[in-house]
Design a protein around this ligand. Structure first.
Ligand code: 2BA
Length: 107
């Protein structure tokens, strides 16, 4: 079994969750915050059989397209950095970590 930890843009959350549900996958949705932009994003925890990992990624792929966003000059990043000029940042897409699950119990 694998655990996918997928960090997606807040804007894509609804369509990604719908796609996963329609494909029959179970997941847990967490409201999270990106460390760089300090803006809300969504982290999904998706536990699946090894042979379903690609199907999960495929279900997500069409719903999270990468796009660029201009971050205003007044934004601050992380805890210490501040920016004095507008910055173009790539957002959307998905960051996905695939990890082995040693044991799974459902009680
Ligand atoms: P944030 O940390 O808020 O980053 C948002 C986007 O800002 C990133 O998109 C990237 O395009 C840009 N960015 C991040 N750090 C940067 C830096 N030091 N300089 C310039 N631009 C920077 P993504 O790479 O797609 O990441 C989206 C979100 O996924 C991140 O939000 C963070 O919450 C998470 N993430 C990304 N890589 C991670 C990692 N290695 N470990 C844990 N979480 C990660």
């Amino acid at each position: 079994m694998k655990m996918l930890t997928a960090i997606i843009n807040k804007e894509d959350t609804g369509s990604v969750c719908r796609a996963l549900t329609e494909a029959g996958f179970s997941f847990t949705k967490l409201a999270t915050t990106g460390g760089f932009l300090m803006s809300g994003n969504t982290t999904l925890l998706i536990g699946v059989a090894d042979d379903k990992v690609d199907a999960v990624i495929d279900a997500m792929a069409s719903k999270c397209c990468r796009r660029t966003e201009i971050v205003p000059a007044t934004a601050s990043y992380g805890v210490t950095m501040a920016n004095s000029y507008p910055l173009e940042v790539t957002v959307g897409g998905a960051i996905i970590f695939v990890t082995d699950v040693v044991r799974f119990e459902k009680l």
